[in-house]
Design a binder for this molecule. Structure first.
Ligand code: ATP
Length: 234
C-alpha cells in the first residue's frame, strides 16, 4: 500500500531522516518507535506531503506522491492524527468534525460519518455545540481521531496519540486504534510508548537518529534485548 524508499529529509542543514526504506501492507498496523527527536514526526511529514524529502521516494498504491501537495495526498486516502491533537479550540466540536470532511472524497459522506463518529464517542455528541478548547485532553484526542475519520482515510497515521493522557485514556485510545484496524483502516502508529505499540503492531521499525536500526514483527521486537534495554528499561 505504501512504499518509502531511500528517503532523506533536511531542515536547513540539519538532517532529520537518512536513507529510510519501509513498506506498509494493506490492513497492517505498523509501529514506528524511537526516542525523542529520532525523526518519527519527520517521517510522517514526509509521507503526508508536509515536508518534502530531499532524496528518495514515497508511493501510495503504486502512485508516486513524493512531491504531491498534502491536500492531494489526503484525497488519495491518507489521513493523520497529528501530535498534540491540533484541534481548533474556539470552534465547536461539530465544526471541528465538519472541517475534516472538506476534502472532495469525504463531502458526500459527511452526514453519515458524523453519526458514525458520534456512535463511537457519544461524549462528542453531547458536547457538539461546545468550544473544542473546553474539552478534556482525552476528549480532544477523541475529537482529533473523529476529525480524521471524517476525511474517509484508508490509511491513518497517528503521531504520539498517547502523549499527555492519563493511563486509562491511553488504553482507550489504543483500543480505538485496534477497532479502526478491524474495520479496515491501515495504521501507522508513531509512539514513544514502545511496549504498548509493539503489542498492538503487526510489524515495527525502530528509528534512531534519523535511521532505521531494527525492524521485525511486533512480537520479535518486543522480545529483542536491544529494544528492551533501550526503550523499556529492562
Ligand atoms: P518527538 O518525539 O520529540 O516529536 P521525533 O522522533 O518525532 O521526536 P522529529 O520531530 O521528527 O523527531 O525531529 C527529528 C530531528 O529534526 C530532531 O533533531 C529535531 O530537533 C529536528 N527538527 C524537527 N523539526 C524541525 C524544524 N522544523 N526545524 C529544524 N529542526 C527540526
Amino acid at each position: 500500500m505504501l512504499k518509502v524508499k531511500d528517503v532523506d529529509l533536511f531542515y536547513g542543514d540539519a538532517q532529520a531522516l537518512e536513507d529510510i526504506t519501509l513498506h506498509v501492507d494493506e490492513g497492517e498496523i505498523i509501529a514506528i518507535v524511537g526516542a525523542n527527536g529520532a525523526g518519527k514526526t519527520s517521517l510522517i511529514k514526509a509521507i503526508a506531503g508536509i515536508h518534502a524529502p530531499s532524496k528518495g521516494s514515497v508511493s501510495f498504491r503504486d502512485q508516486n506522491i513524493t512531491q504531491m501537495r498534502s491536500s492531494a495526498i489526503c484525497e488519495l486516502g491518507i489521513g493523520q492524527v497529528a501530535e498534540g491533537r491540533q484541534i481548533f479550540p474556539s470552534m465547536t466540536v461539530q465544526e471541528n468534525l465538519e472541517m475534516g470532511a472538506v476534502i472532495k472524497r469525504a463531502r458526500d459522506k459527511e452526514a453519515e460519518t458524523i453519526e458514525r463518529v458520534f456512535d463511537m464517542y457519544p461524549i462528542l455528541k453531547e458536547r457538539r455545540t461546545q468550544a473544542a478548547g473546553t474539552l478534556s485532553g482525552g476528549e480532544q484526542q477523541m475529537l482529533a481521531i473523529g476529525r480524521c475519520l471524517m476525511g474517509q482515510p484508508d490509511m491513518i497515521m497517528f503521531d504520539e496519540p498517547s502523549l499527555g493522557l492519563a493511563p486509562a485514556i491511553v488504553q482507550e485510545v489504543f483500543h480505538t486504534i485496534h477497532r479502526l484496524n478491524d474495520k479496515g483502516h491501515t495504521v501507522i502508529l508513531v509512539e514513544q510508548n514502545v511496549a504498548v505499540s509493539l503489542k498492538l503492531a503487526n510489524r515495527a521499525y525502530v528509528l534512531e537518529n534519523g535511521r532505521i536500526t531494527l525492524e521485525g514483527t511486533g512480537d520479535d521486537l518486543l522480545h529483542d534485548d536491544r529494544v528492551r534495554q533501550a526503550y523499556m528499561g529492562l
